[in-house]
Ligand binder design. Sequence first.
Ligand SMILES: Cc1cc2nc3c(=O)[nH]c(=O)nc-3n(C[C@H](O)[C@H](O)[C@H](O)COP(=O)(O)OP(=O)(O)OC[C@H]3O[C@@H](n4cnc5c(N)ncnc54)[C@H](O)[C@@H]3O)c2cc1C
Length: 385
Amino acid sequence: MWYMNEERELIRNVARDFAQKELKPVALQIDKSGEFPLEQFKRAGELGLLGINIPEEYGGLGGDYTTLALVNEEIAKVMPVLTIAMGAHSVLAGELLLMLGTPEQKAKYLAPAATGEIILACAQTEAVGGSNQVEYSCRAVADGDDFVINGTKVLISNIGVADVYIVMTVTGEKIDPATRSGMSAFIVEAGTPGLEIGKPEVKLGWHGSATGSISFKNCRVPKENLLGPLHGGMQALFISSTNEFLTCGPVGLGMAEACYEAALDYSMQRVQCGQSMFDRFQVTRHKLVKMWSDIEALRALVYSVFSMKDQGHLCLAQGRLLKAKGAEVSEAVAREAIQLFGGVGCIVDTGIERFWRDAKVLAIGGASIEALNEQISIMMKNKML
Ligand SMILES: Cc1cc2nc3c(=O)[nH]c(=O)nc-3n(C[C@H](O)[C@H](O)[C@H](O)COP(=O)(O)OP(=O)(O)OC[C@H]3O[C@@H](n4cnc5c(N)ncnc54)[C@H](O)[C@@H]3O)c2cc1C
């Protein structure tokens, strides 16, 4: 592959072995139980897979983005939900710490996060709508040596298992997305009085992502827990979110590959009127060709965008494009795979339908495709594409 080199291949192989030997035997069980894959998350930390994007000085591997894509692709082929927990931890929250943290904050929170010693969550969304930031009301107010936080965040991943929450709050008069002002990030440790953690929601897909609400009731954090400049958290959030959107490309790719490979095997083995489905039905072959071609088109897009990212581009529009395409291709391929499996494709134990459920959530969780397209259209108008 044009995007492979020795170092990337080495880490890709670690991720592949981990996925095939340690995740595969438990993936279906995690999906059924909906429990956060804590043991697997910690193991990913031991293997260095939580610190790929984190510099070596903070305990990470200091790898490039292409390596992060390869790891996400391998894990998503087997247990997509682990990539979601990893994305919230290492990319969404981890990169906020990396971009905004003081050396003390990085030593205290980023270094143990890189090895999985502590788990991070990032809380942005409120009930008024994920992209409706102007109407956010979770507010932090200065009071003596502290800030006092009040409000509620919804649909936050890694709740309950997280040791540290990076919380986006209103601190200005209002949040202004145009100037990216009025929002500040705070580090809130689990167990801080006034921080209440809800129960994970039961949902369509991403079973085990521990996604739910957290509330702040006069939750006091010391001023040292302000992450980055006061009112200045939004620009960094825009970048860390973009990087998380980017990773949805290889996640979608991995899910689609898993479904295509399973459907191809099945169609070769399933006998209909004396012949394999593959040999007997042209429509089966053509479905598989379409699945393969959509995957290869996504692969080319993913690794060319990640190569741009490694060359220092922010990939603001491309990150959004990858999230949309990753969700679109994985959902379409998973849907066709279920169809090719027929009745058994609808059975949970076959292990195919869970990819379709996870792919559907990929089109919403983190940001809906429509909201992302809206953002791309603004970049289009401003000639930023
Ligand atoms: C499983 C899961 C995990 C999540 N994890 C986290 C997390 O860790 N941290 C966190 O902060 N959030 C998280 N979220 C929240 C997620 O980011 C939001 O669900 C997402 O941004 C959509 O917002 P919403 O749910 O409020 O839907 P709404 O914003 O109400 O959107 C509903 C629909 O309205 C349309 N729409 C909304 N806004 C626009 C727009 N600007 N332009 C065009 N159409 C629009 C779209 O069709 C959209 O699908 C998670 C969500 C899920 C489902």
